[in-house]
Design a protein around this ligand. Structure first.
Ligand code: SF4
Length: 280
């Protein structure tokens, strides 16, 4: 049986959160430049120029490209033949988040209670998802998820008869309603199936896939293309100022569901998709 120490988990969470906060998806710059090539709106092109310049300046200075360094969303895939030694796994993850915030001067954006709104001061606790998988490795993924796009996400319980067209309409309607608030061009994560709680989790997890990587299942790859085309047709455009380029990418994850259900969740990511993954 392999084992890892809790301190290794803390270190990797701290490193991944800090790297995610300051280094958006590696394909982002190329995607923004390609979008600028086909953007017809003058205001849209100006927004894309600003986004590209912002990325350059952040890269040069080593600073996060946005002041909202997000909620730390941590996905752990824990191999069933691996033990984590030395105490409390949740605390190890939270300590990694605290360390990244402290040492990287990331913004404190988490309140301890949703109504009393007292800031925890260190972004702990993380939003933590743990899955037990075969094997003896621990995969750690951290997303720095800004509130602008998160707030505009949506869940709908469709009827089982709904098809690709209805799902694409729901996704496009969600982006249209979000307008400038989600900081477009957006990445559209879609979770299809499962149930009321699984579909949003799938949508969030779908956002971890690198930009430009199509679904390995041709059926869902085609649906991703359809969603991109439909979202671009909303005319929301870069920064919500109108234009053709609204969708940076779409990723879909699907799961089995009840014969009488078709839950669909849309989790939006903004023009700064930020996530990192490592294996222990
Ligand atoms: S949605 Fe994204 S770009 Fe907009 S403020 Fe939040 S992190 Fe920054």
């Amino acid at each position: 049986m392999r084992s890892v120490r809790l301190e290794e988990v803390t270190e990797v969470v701290a490193r991944l959160y800090w790297e995610a906060a300051r280094s958006p998806d590696p394909g982002l710059e190329a995607a923004l430049k390609a979008g600028r090539e086909r953007e017809e709106s003058e205001a849209g092109r100006a927004v894309l120029d600003d986004l590209i310049e912002n990325l350059r300046l952040a890269g040069e200075s080593g600073s996060p490209p946005c002041q909202d360094t997000g909620t730390a969303v941590v996905f752990l895939e824990l191999g069933q033949d691996l033990t984590v030694e030395g105490g409390d796994l949740r605390e190890a993850v939270d300590e990694g988040v605290r360390r990244a915030v402290r040492e990287g001067s990331l913004r404190s954006s988490t309140v301890a209670d949703p109504l009393r709104r007292e800031n925890t001061g260190d972004n702990a606790p993380a939003v933590l998802h743990l899955e037990i998988v075969p094997g003896d490795r621990l995969q750690v993924s951290v997303a720095a998820k800004g509130a602008g796009s998160e707030n505009m996400s949506a869940l709908k319980m469709l009827t089982p008869a709904a098809g690709a067209e209805e799902i694409a309409e729901f996704a496009a309607g969600t982006v249209e309603k979000a307008g400038a608030s989600a900081c477009p061009p957006v990445v559209v994560g879609i979770g299809i199936g499962g149930n009321f709680e699984i579909a949003p989790l799938l949508a969030k997890k779908a956002l971890l896939r690198p930009l430009g990587e199509r679904n390995p299942d041709p059926f869902y790859a085609a649906l991703e293309e359809k969603v991109i085309e439909r979202v671009d047709r909303t005319g929301v455009g870069p920064g919500g100022l109108g234009g053709r380029f609204t969708c940076l990418d779409c990723r879909i994850l699907a799961a089995p569901c009840h014969i009488a259900s078709l839950p669909v969740a849309v989790n939006l990511d903004c023009c700064l998709p930020r996530h990192q993954t490592a294996l222990l």
